[in-house]
Design a protein. Structure first.
Length: 316
């Protein structure tokens, strides 16, 4: 009986310490939101945003946060959007990223960049993520353990972040003359784990009163017509809206010799601004999203937009 009591006391103390460390490290992580080296910083940075100020949550892997510029969207439309993507984000991470955002935000729309749906790291990695991500959600110390290192590294690794977006002005052209969206009836299979978590994401958005919009950012490295077919079929099956910007890259004005950051994988700032302008028009035409530019609760967004355009002048 004494052994059982000791075990119970030990577990209680351990959980309390874990909770205390999680609370403390979130404060550190929020202060390090500009740290470019941490995949987990976006969990802290979106949690640090003023409550209920984000109307559009942009989720997905690196295709999301290199394609949508919240400050350009804000400047043109007054829509308050936030990039919550991570490098090579897995679908389990996407689900808990959105779940984390819903703790403090009430976005009207979740704009989900679809490349994550085709990531399949294998059975063991999927199993690991399915176990570790809920643990990290409830005990953030498991996710933010690198924040302490960022605290002592100093400002050398920090970059300006504009609601999850960074200005990437490097140009590395995509040189192929082939039409990467050449029509075919074939389709790429969406992994079962992605389907399972997409259903969880769909229900999570529904529960929180947010619409779910699927968007494929222009990327000849990551997309082709086979993926388009798979995503179009999936969207119809689930009653979701799907916009494939790869089918519209000419209408958007993408020039693969100038608008690519890394040979057709991601867009640079020039490409991102073109895509953002197109998305802004699409959102204004199809969704009832408020213009917050004259609202005092969003005053900080106007100030940040000013900083963004000042930095933009120096780089382009």
């Amino acid at each position: 009986m004494k052994k059982i009591k000791k075990i119970v006391v030990f577990l209680f103390i351990f959980i309390m310490l874990l909770w205390a460390c999680s609370t403390g490290i979130q404060v550190v992580a929020r202060n390090m939101i500009g740290s470019s080296g941490s995949r987990s910083r976006v969990f802290a940075s979106v949690s640090a945003e003023k409550k209920n100020t984000i109307d559009v949550l942009v989720a997905g892997d690196s295709e999301s946060y290199t394609s949508v510029s919240p400050m350009d969207l804000w400047d043109k439309t007054g829509i308050a959007a936030y990039d919550c993507g991570q490098p090579a984000q897995r679908i389990q991470e996407t689900y808990y990223m959105i779940k984390t955002a819903f703790k403090t935000q009430s976005p009207k729309l979740v704009l989900f960049e679809t490349n994550t749906m085709f990531r399949n790291p294998g059975f063991l990695k999927n199993l690991q993520l399915s176990l570790t991500e809920p643990l990290a959600y409830h005990f953030p110390v498991a996710k933010y353990h690198n924040a302490w290192k960022a605290l002592f590294d100093g400002p050398g690794g920090l970059k300006s972040s504009y609601k999850g977006f960074e200005i990437r002005d490097k140009v590395e052209s995509y040189e192929s003359d082939d039409d990467y969206m050449k029509a075919t009836k074939d389709r790429t299979e969406i992994p079962e784990v992605a389907r399972i978590y997409m259903e969880k994401i769909r229900k999570l958005c529904e529960k929180n009163g947010a619409e779910l919009l699927l968007v494929s950012a222009p990327s000849p490295v990551n997309y082709d017509y086979k993926k388009h077919n798979a995503l179009e079929e999936y969207a119809k099956e689930k009653g979701l809206t799907y916009v494939d910007l790869n089918m519209k890259h000419r209408d958007i004005g993408i020039d693969w010799k100038k608008d690519s950051y890394d040979r057709g994988d991601h867009l640079n700032i020039h490409g991102a601004r073109k895509v953002t302008e197109y998305i802004g028009k699409y959102l204004k035409e199809n969704y009832q999203l408020p213009d917050r530019r004259k609202d005092d609760n969003w005053k900080e967004w106007n100030e940040l937009a000013g900083q963004y355009f000042e930095e933009l002048k120096k780089k382009i």
